[in-house]
Design a protein around this ligand. Structure first.
Ligand code: ADP
Ligand code: MG
Ligand code: ZN
Length: 486
């Protein structure tokens, strides 16, 4: 595309639905689980039988308070539910219960980076229920009501995102957060984290927003980015040729990699919102909010910040290590065992390198890693105090994975301990110098490039076990004295 679409700045806001991992549904005692036999978790409440009365699931409220607090939002102590009416086969009640005009949480923020330079505003987090699932076959549509009444949180961002990559990054951060809070699996492919994206364009620098379109059917983070990128180019092409952007809902079509018109503004639903008569006001005690706040785990973005400042490691590394709480735990345990002698940089390199590679081959969590963090820490200690060489450490590590042995045992069994006895190394060097008298003379006459040759020979003579640093120190002393005796 030759069009200069980047003269138009995208303005993006996301509406994210999180399917909560509570045991039961939002307003009844049916099991909240996905992937089961269709229509096995249903009851009069979630099927909308007349006269069946809903009871709000407190675990759902707590999850919302956890998220709201983690986002720094205001938690409102008195809120209510509304009925949002529409007709669709997967919605047997004919309406969805949702917090319409009184969301439980408002005005929060989530940082995109650990320095908190890019803070994305959160307009609201509210509670609502899910609809069922339709499955279209060639000539019929099947409905599964298991998801009817499943507890959802809707998170609405301010139009603060400025690039498709930022939108993807936001979702990644949000996913980390909900996983750390243990309220949602955060898996877009499985549909328990869903996202609609709104995008408008404006001339770079303009204070006013343009007309937005809403994008649906984005079932992976990558598709969110791709759909937004496509939409950016589509709207820019329109605007560049004097057209106007219509406010409409578009659907991402994965097979043709474009967004297609789903419905235009004229067809906007009238949801006939009304206050839910079967539920009273949701009242949350201040003390309850305080209790939940006090019990929050360390948040991934705060942990990344701490790693950056405490350990002085690079931003991306701090971010990566802090993202997953098991990995973070593994890292901290290794540090505990390896400190203070091992540079943190080496610990990070081993964990993100060798240890991560092994974990790929051994499915399971970090706390089931074949090499326990304390053992990895001790292995790195052995390298740091020069008991073994860096290359021997690799051999030892492989053995630790294979045999589940502690590093010291492997080192002794394979005889990998470095030779650090100066008298032994002196005589080794002496032998090498004496068996290459011409080269030794050339060295003393100024061909200092031969140094590597001698050290290499000495390493070879000790089967790689000589301490190279000590060898290097002894070389100067030996090369002149061996010359004198000649
Ligand atoms: P509605 O009430 O029609 O759903 P909202 O004001 O709730 O609209 O906004 C829905 C989403 O659209 C929010 O994430 C918001 O940030 C985003 N949004 C609003 N205006 C714009 C705009 N001009 N460009 C891009 N996104 C926008
Ligand atoms: Mg909205
Ligand atoms: Zn039910």
């Amino acid at each position: 595309m030759t069009l200069e679409y980047d003269r138009w700045e995208p303005v993006i806001g996301l509406e994210v639905h999180l399917q909560l991992n509570t045991r039961s549904k939002a307003f009844c005692r049916c099991r909240n689980s996905y992937g089961d036999e269709p229509n096995t978790h249903v009851c009069p409440v979630c099927l909308g039988y007349p006269g069946a009365l809903p009871v709000l699931n407190e675990a759902m409220v707590d999850a919302a308070i956890r998220l709201g607090t983690a986002l720094g939002a205001t938690i409102h102590t008195r809120t209510r539910f509304a009925r949002k009416h529409y007709h669709y086969p997967d919605l047997p009640k004919g309406y969805q219960m949702t917090q319409h005009d009184t969301p439980l949480c408002t005005k929060g923020w989530l940082p995109l980076d650990l320095h908190q330079q890019r803070l994305i505003g959160i307009q609201r987090v509210h509670l609502e229920e899910d609809a069922g699932k339709s499955r279209h076959t060639e000539n019929e549509t099947l409905v599964d009501y298991n998801r009817c009444g499943a507890p959802l949180l809707e998170v609405v961002t301010a139009p603060d995102l400025r690039h498709p990559i930022e939108a993807e990054r936001f979702l990644l951060q949000l996913r980390r957060l909900v996983r750390a809070l243990d309220i949602c699996d955060g898996d877009m492919e499985k549909g328990n984290l869903r996202c609609d994206a709104n995008l408008s364009l404006r001339r770079a620098g303009s204070p006013r927003f343009g007309t937005r379109t809403e994008l649906k059917n984005l079932n992976s983070m990558r598709n969110v980015r791709r759909a937004l990128q496509y939409e950016w180019e589509r709207q820019a092409a329109l605007l560049e040729t004097g057209g106007i952007v219509e406010q409409e809902t578009r659907s991402w079509d994965e097979s043709s990699l474009q967004t297609l018109l789903l419905r235009s503004k004229e067809l906007l639903h009238d949801y006939r919102y009304m206050t839910e008569p079967d539920l009273g006001t949701l009242v949350v005690d201040e003390s309850h909010i305080e209790q939940i706040t006090a019990a929050l785990p360390e948040l991934p973005h705060m942990r990344a910040r701490r790693y950056y400042y405490e350990f002085g490691i690079a931003e991306e590394q701090a971010d990566r290590l802090a993202a997953d709480k098991d990995l973070a735990h593994y890292f901290e345990q290794t540090c505990r065992a390896a400190c203070p002698h091992v540079p943190v940089q080496d610990i990070v390199a081993w964990i993100t390198g060798e240890a991560a590679a092994v974990k790929k081959e051994h499915p399971g969590a970090w706390d089931e890693h074949p090499v326990e963090p304390a053992q990895l820490g001790r292995l790195l200690q052995l390298v740091a105090d020069r008991s073994i060489s860096r290359s021997a450490a690799q051999t030892v590590f492989d053995m630790m994975v294979e045999k589940r042995e502690p590093p010291e045992t492997v080192v002794e069994r394979l005889g990998l301990r470095q030779i650090r006895d100066a008298s032994v190394l002196r005589s080794t060097l002496q032998d090498v110098l004496l068996s290459h008298p011409d080269k030794a003379k050339a060295y003393r006459d100024g061909k200092t490039g031969l140094r590597g040759f001698f050290i290499g020979q000495a390493m070879r003579a000790t089967a790689g076990r000589a301490d190279p640093i000590l060898l290097d120190q002894l070389f100067d002393e030996l090369v002149s004295s061996t010359g004198e005796t000649n």
